[in-house]
Design a binder for this molecule. Structure first.
Ligand code: ATP
Ligand code: MG
Length: 402
């Protein structure tokens, strides 16, 4: 017998009280987005489960796509049957038959959500277990460490049998924690910061600064490719590309060399904040990790952060580079990030940037220069693209994940 359903269990969202409905609706929408190519699927959301009815689709492919959806704790291939013990026996037997190998052990564990069902859990376990036992060969019972745990859920509408479980991506459904702007460079860190933010339910709009002709089209394409990788976790993503050349040239000319890096970061944050305000975001996310480079000391962050009171979230702040690289490899962004195209910041990095800049000094240096007009112009000339379709190249990498 073919599995005819996928049963999806929620993680933390079960505990979210009044917001529960909203969470489930978002999760359902995100699942539909990810599976939009399979238009014969049917969906049903209940208080604590989402069911997807299959119509002979490749359930392994669907199961794999679901592994990227945040807010799912686990999911299982399922067989749905009528609430009648003789029908249940047949369904249980065929579910086990479709997956067991000779020599396997099994057990039946029943959960009775519908307390009006006439048989109690022990009786159901016993009747189904013995039916399976007498109708199969070389299969035995092991209640402690079985190869196959046939779970039976007796619910209001029907009985569901599940035996093959998948681990979900965890976290919260994308879009349930509001919107933030992600400062996305072409490096290893910021895509990981984006991934972790999406995992906590944030909707992300990426902001990238580029400085032609100092940075090439390839550097820009790299950021598009990175965004494309992140899309599989969030459904779709907006990418703002900010022309930054004029501001960087002005900084080089007017700001003392050891403060150019600090001022560059301050201008990036200011512009991102303006883009955030225009687009209804409530926070800014960066890929900074404490002490990694000159701009990421506490003193630097204090001086840079001085341009805004908007929360700046740094999901990687306490992480080691090796741990960040491991996540980057897992989510498929690492190999794109290590391509050798220069980033606007790398090119203008001074030989000896101040590792302990003073906010007041940066403010004083900047007060002699008219940045405001250029900032306004950069925001105005920002190119915005929406990425919502996986390219065939990134589609391929699905299968290598997790
Ligand atoms: P990453 O690997 O994300 O580039 P990094 O370790 O190289 O980080 P920096 O280059 O100092 O560190 O950048 C710190 C953070 O500033 C980045 O994680 C990113 O959030 C932001 N950032 C740097 N360059 C750019 C850029 N060109 N466009 C947008 N954001 C940027
Ligand atoms: Mg970088």
């Amino acid at each position: 017998m073919l599995f005819d359903h996928i049963m999806i269990r929620f993680g933390e969202i079960s505990t979210k009280g009044k917001n529960r409905r909203k969470f489930i609706d978002s999760l359902l929408k995100n699942i539909r987005d990810v599976l939009s190519e399979h238009d014969s699927l049917r969906y049903q959301g209940t208080r604590d489960r989402i069911y997807i009815k299959l119509h002979g689709e490749n359930h392994e492919l669907i199961a794999e796509k679901l592994s990227h959806v945040f807010g799912i704790q686990s999911y299982s291939l399922a067989v749905k049957a009528e609430k009648d013990i003789s029908v249940m026996k047949d369904a249980a037997l065929s579910a086990v038959k479709s997956i067991y190998r000779r020599g396997d052990t099994f057990k039946v564990s029943t959960r009775r959500a519908d307390k009006t069902f006439p048989l109690d859990t022990n009786e159901i376990n016993y009747q189904l277990g013995s039916h399976i036992l007498v109708n199969t060969e070389e299969l035995s019972v092991d209640l402690h460490k079985p190869d196959i745990n046939l779970r039976v859920e007796v619910r209001e509408d029907a009985v569901y049998f599940t035996a093959k479980d998948y681990k979900g991506a965890g976290g919260l459904p994308a879009g349930t924690s509001g919107k933030a702007m992600l400062l996305l460079s072409g490096g290893i860190d910021s895509p990981v910061a984006g991934y972790l933010s999406l995992k906590r339910g944030l909707e992300i709009e990426a902001v990238h600064f580029f400085s032609p002709p100092y940075t090439s089209e390839k550097a820009k394409q790299k950021v598009v490719d990175l965004t494309n990788e992140l899309v599989k976790f969030g459904g779709k993503m907006v990418l703002h590309i900010v022309p930054f050349t004029e501001i960087q040239e002005l900084i080089q000319k007017q700001i003392p060399e050891n403060y150019t890096m600090t001022s560059t970061r301050r201008m990036m944050l200011k512009i991102t904040d303006a883009i955030r305000e225009k687009n209804g975001g409530l926070a800014i996310v960066t890929g900074e990790s404490l002490g990694q480079v000159a701009s990421q000391t506490t003193e630097s962050m204090y001086a840079i952060n001085g341009v805004t009171s908007t929360p700046v979230l740094r999901p990687l702040i306490a992480m080691d580079k090796l741990d960040i690289i491991e996540i980057a490899q897992k989510i498929g962004t690492h190999d794109i990030s290590v391509q050798p195209f220069e980033d606007c910041c790398t090119i203008f990095t001074p030989a000896a940037p101040k590792t302990r800049p003073k906010k007041e000094k940066a403010e004083r240096f900047e007060s002699f220069v008219n940045f405001e007009d250029l900032i306004e112009k950069a925001v105005e000339k920002t190119e915005t693209i929406t990425i919502d379709k996986q390219s065939s190249k990134t589609q391929e990498s699905f299968s290598q994940l997790f």
